[in-house]
Design a protein around this ligand. Structure first.
Ligand SMILES: [Zn+2]
Length: 236
């Protein structure tokens, strides 16, 4: 099958399997939810994709990408994330506005256009959400992936990635100034359960655990409120 002839629907499935499966298997139900279609249409499509060599599919275990399917998913992700970066850096889009545009454009541009774009952007390794941009050769740049909701009081996180495509959620995080590159400190974990208190640029904000779970990054040094300094006081 010529690459340019690959249908939009097939490409969207391959990307969804990549994203949902995290490099492994993606269940039919998770794919149905992600693509907003019924489980039976997912099953039908997965059987087709298997016949064409893009995935291996077992009825009750879901689908995994073949080597060929993985390469195609990464090729589309590379396009998608380069386009998002371009829209923000050159066309003045807000970072929560770009996903839908990129979804449409990624199927329309050629490999040549993609590589010209990469050149012009200076070969970025990550897009504005902090998602890694697959390389031309199909490699994936490493990205720190510790979740904010897994951290203890006093922990410091340098945000690397917002692991969501939800425009409302991205806009919310942007308003709180929780963005890639930002350093946030967990000031309190509980109570009440279900929220995380964090400090962002000297301002205290509260986020739900659900929101905190998409904020990923690298753990920095512990904050000044750690237990270490108190030890000597009551000693002996
Ligand atoms: Zn996107």
């Amino acid at each position: 099958m010529p690459r340019s002839g690959l249908s939009t629907a097939i490409g969207d499935y391959l990307k969804a399997i990549w994203t949902v499966g995290q490099g492994g298997r993606a269940s039919t139900s998770a794919l149905a939810e992600r693509l907003s279609v019924s489980a039976s249409s997912v099953s039908g499509m997965l059987a087709r994709l298997q016949a064409q060599g893009w995935v291996t599919y077992e009825r009750y275990r879901g689908a995994a990408l073949t080597e060929r399917g993985t390469a195609e998913a990464l090729r589309l992700l590379r396009r998608h994330r380069l386009i998002e970066t371009f829209l923000i850096e050159y066309l003045g889009y807000a970072w929560d506005e770009v996903h839908e545009e990129a979804e449409a454009l990624e199927h329309a541009i050629s490999d040549r256009f993609t590589e010209r774009l990469a050149d012009r952007l200076g070969h970025p390794t990550h897009d504005p959400h902090g998602d890694p941009i697959p390389t031309h050769a199909g490699g994936l740049p490493r990205t720190p992936d510790v979740a904010l909701d897994d951290l203890e009081e006093g922990a410091v996180l340098t945000v690397a990635r917002l692991r969501t495509q939800d425009p409302t959620l991205l806009a919310h995080l942007d308003e709180l100034r929780i963005r890639p590159g930002q350093v946030v400190t967990v000031t309190r974990c509980a109570p009440p359960a279900g929220v995380v208190y964090v400090r962002v640029e000297d301002e205290d904000v509260v986020v739900s655990r659900e929101v905190a779970a998409v904020v990923r990054g690298a753990v920095g040094e512990r904050g000044a409120s750690g237990e270490g300094g108190v030890l000597g006081k009551g000693g002996a």
